[in-house]
Design a protein around this ligand. Structure first.
Ligand code: HEM
Length: 504
């Protein structure tokens, strides 16, 4: 009896000692090998990281730890875990990582990168209210009109697909934000934010700037060798400033003179503040508007381009969609956004586009406010939380034959489609506030195109069909490589409907 007790006591002491001897690091989730100083930097690729992270899912599992120059990075390769942490524990997982070069370049003010706090909350409230389920109904006519103009334009000349799409998506988002109608693709209301978005990608590219790993470098004198990033940041900061304030000041001035298109987000807010907002209110409105511009344009452009690729490669899907449209809507009118609820196959196509190649494959990283324990592993304070949405949507245990574009996999059931839409628009308190509006624009284009046109691969001079390659750029938002498409009107009637819609 005594010897048994002694054995138990001994075992208990060994356990306690072992626990005490385990360092914090031993309690992190598994992950690639870490070296002193640089950590796992050599294992984290700078391009197409979601593919490498998906390989990690097979080697290390659903939750993977890496460390880049001391910055902990946690890759979430499971929808359940992403929801458990980013949704269920959102009180501590709603921060954004600090991006020093992004901040130096002026991107710290728009609320997409703001820390979780009062300024973020107030900016977000402005956007969430304006783009609420009820609020967006007033924007439907704008989305439908631009979708129809876009389709008319590409029927005329489908080689301008990429340019026209940017112009039309820009027209929608700029009109609903500031009440300005773009003159053409050289309108500074469009060119300025496009430059700012490009600089945003560059300044926030993970691993591109030493100052992101050694923050003290931001205090270097600008004349010192190696400090050229400071003058680049200053130049970019000025562009962000102009892109943010100029359209707003135009909008405010033209609201006074009545020379503006209503409704739009800035005017709605200004009217509610009796056209006399406090400095603080104005500041929040200005940066909220600028966030909408940045977050709402390229995401939709990318998604529509991916839809075109899917349609070129899947004529049978187009035929099935046309049948649904003809049966439910007929051929005597164009679809409107209100028709979305009665077109489950069109909704399935949209969902499958978002799943097949999500425009934001790694979402936008969150950050954790304090140490947290999840299923026995330690997730240290300040870790970058990266939801590998691409992998979650290509997990063959959830989506059979994940590389195949197959809208039938949802059996026309919204509950099945939600498995996708609940991931691609992000998580928890940071979930995309433009989701419903984005879906409206996407639907207007998809339904109108499929109801009026046939989409196919063009034929080259030698009579060979030019099937596009499905390849993408790398970045926070991905874009298909340039491809050609053939868009033809289905019938005279469809042509008439489009013509009269765009000349109204
Ligand atoms: C297909 C189109 C779109 C996709 C796939 C998309 C996706 C996303 C994702 C993944 C996030 C990050 C969420 C997170 O942190 O977990 C996000 C944030 C955001 N999106 Fe969208 N988005 C789209 C369109 C739009 C549109 C049209 C708007 C504006 C009307 C918009 C406004 C925003 C804003 C303001 C944020 C920042 C939210 C925050 O940090 O609190 N998005 N979006």
């Amino acid at each position: 009896m005594v010897s048994t007790l002694l054995t138990f006591a001994g075992a208990a002491i060994v356990c306690i000692l072992a626990k005490l001897l385990l360092t914090r690091r031993d309690r992190f989730p598994p992950g690639p090998r870490r070296l002193p100083l640089i950590g796992s930097a050599l294992h984290v690729p700078r391009t197409y990281p979601w593919l490498k992270f998906s390989e990690w899912a097979k080697t290390y599992g659903s939750i993977v730890y890496a460390d880049v120059f001391g910055q902990p990075l946690i890759v979430l390769n499971s929808a359940k875990i992403a929801r458990d942490l980013l949704d269920q524990r959102s009180a501590i997982y709603s921060e954004r990582p600090t991006m020093i070069m992004g901040n130096l370049s002026g991107y710290g003010q728009p609320f997409i990168l703001q820390p979780y706090g009062e300024n973020w909350r107030q900016q977000r409230r402005i956007v969430a209210q304006d783009f609420s389920q009820i609020g967006i109904i007033r924007y439907h006519p704008i989305q439908e009109r631009e979708a129809r103009k876009f389709i008319s334009g590409i029927i005329e000349d489908s080689s301008t697909l990429f340019r026209q799409l940017k112009l039309r998506m820009g027209t929608i988002i700029i009109q609903v934000t500031y009440g300005h109608y773009l003159k053409d693709e050289n309108d500074p209301f469009l060119t300025m934010p496009l430059t700012a978005m490009d600089n945003f990608s560059k300044s926030t590219a993970p691993g591109a700037w030493l100052v992101d790993f050694i923050p003290q470098l931001q205090y270097m004198p600008v004349w010192m060798p190696g400090a050229s990033f400071l003058s680049t940041a200053a130049k970019w900061r000025q562009i962000v400033w102009d892109t943010t304030w100029q359209p707003y000041l135009w909008s405010k001035k033209n609201l006074e003179s009545g020379n503006i298109l209503l409704p739009n987000m800035c005017s709605t807010f200004l009217e509610e503040a009796d056209r006399n907002p406090s400095e603080e209110q104005q500041d929040r409105l200005v940066w909220a508007a600028s966030t909408v511009m940045g977050a709402g344009m390229d995401t939709n452009v990318s998604t529509v381009l991916i839809f075109f690729l899917a349609m070129i490669l899947n004529p049978a899907v187009q035929a099935k969609a046309r049948k649904e449209l003809d049966d439910i809507i007929g051929r005597d009118r164009l679809p409107t956004i209100d028709d979305k609820v009665s077109l489950p196959y069109i909704r399935s196509i949209m969902t499958e586009v978002l799943r097949w190649h999500p425009a934001v494959p790694l979402g936008v990283p969150h950050s954790v406010k304090r140490d947290d324990i999840y299923e026995g592993v330690l997730l240290p304070k300040g870790s970058l939380m990266i939801p590998n949405v691409w992998y979650m949507l290509h997990d063959s245990e959830v989506f059979a034959n994940p590389d195949v574009f197959d809208p039938d996999r949802y059996h026309n059931l919204d509950s099945e489609m939600e498995k996708v839409t609940e991931l691609v628009f992000g998580f928890g308190r940071r979930v995309c506030p433009g989701k419903l509006f984005a879906e409206g624009t996407f639907f207007a284009i998809v339904a109108t195109l499929l109801s009026t046109c046939e989409i196919s691969a063009p034929v080259d001079a030698s009579g060979k069909t030019m099937i596009p390659e499905v390849t993408f750029s790398s970045g926070t938002i991905i874009f298909p490589s340039s491809f050609e498409v053939n868009v033809e009107c289905r019938s005279e009637k469809a042509r008439e409907l489009l013509d009269s819609a765009v000349t109204e």
